[in-house]
Design a protein. Structure first.
Length: 301
């Protein structure tokens, strides 16, 4: 469905009974404040009732347009509070960066992406979308967590000079599932190897690029949630390494530690995805048998 022009004037019944003025316009500033408080930075709501009325074919949206608009915004605020609780401070910061216009609006889903309603990010604005003929239907579901996460994940993000930008899901996984424990795990490995300055290099950008390529080439058989597991799985690989070092007695045998440091002369342990493994391993694919990745390490030294 193509977008329609806004109606020149709302019906007299809506104007006369204050159904837009009282139920929406008089509440707008309070809702903007609630939205700003939730997202911890000033946001505005940009909604044109005359534009929306062009799509109001019957029922709630046509008869109570002001209440319908207010309910969309209230529902969005409630879902954004859920997002905030789940994603934490870093996730909230990401959302505010991706939605850099800090504007919440309502628009037609002219690309037919959703059966009733959904959300996307367009020109830095967070847009509540309704399907053709569905204005006012399933209002509270527009910003469901999975729908919002997908919208943020697909939103444009600046790329670095040497690597593609990590997606929102990947960045969130790193900040939530990797970074809080990264130093603790590094210190544990350093203690086992008796090398205080040992360095762990996760190489997230390289991993992301290779997994993205693998997903595109084999989408049917590739796990769809890989981006949201990037940080957690990398952390688990380091934890698996620590467990293998203990199991193979590196913490008890000076000769093993000496052999390790001679082989790893730069004092850096890096995570990389390679096309083929040089040695046999149960960990042939990313995320499979993570604890066994460093199995047989003594034989490699």
């Amino acid at each position: 469905m193509s977008k329609l022009p806004p109606v020149e004037k709302l019906p007299l019944a809506l104007r006369k009974n204050g159904l837009v003025r009282d139920d929406w316009e008089n509440k707008k500033s309070d809702l903007e404040q609630k939205l700003s408080d939730t997202l911890t930075t000033p946001w505005t709501v940009d909604v044109n009732p005359n534009q929306l009325y062009a799509y109001a074919t019957e029922g709630y949206a046509k008869e109570s347009l002001g209440s319908c608009i207010a309910e969309y915004i209230n529902g969005a605020i409630y879902r954004l509070k859920e997002f905030k609780d789940h994603a934490g401070e870093n996730g909230l910061k990401e959302l505010n960066t991706i939605c850099h216009a800090h504007i919440l609006t309502i628009d037609l889903d002219d690309a037919n992406r959703f059966p009733y309603c959904g959300v996307d990010v367009h020109e830095g604005k967070l847009r509540i979308l309704f399907a053709p003929g569905k204005l006012g239907a399933n209002i509270d579901s527009a910003l469901d967590r999975d729908v919002l996460l997908k919208a943020l994940n697909e939103a444009p993000a600046p790329a670095s000079e040497n690597a593609p930008a990590l997606s929102f899901a990947a960045r969130s996984s790193i900040s939530k599932d990797y970074e809080p424990k990264a130093e603790q795990i590094r210190a544990q490995i350093a203690d086992i190897l008796m090398k205080p300055d040992i360095k762990l290099s996760p190489n997230f950008e390289d991993t992301f690029a290779k997994l993205q390529k693998a997903c595109e080439e084999n989408k049917a058989d590739f796990r769809s949630d890989w981006e949201g597991l990037l940080g957690e799985f990398t952390r688990l690989y380091w934890e698996g390494l620590a467990n293998q070092l203990k199991y193979q007695k590196f913490n008890e045998d000076e000769l093993l530690r000496e052999g390790f440091h001679e082989a790893v002369e730069k004092g850096e342990i890096a995570f990389r995805i390679v096309d083929t493994l040089k040695y046999s391993s149960y960990s042939k694919t990313w995320g499979a048998n993570i604890d066994d990745a460093a199995q047989g390490l003594v034989d490699r030294l």
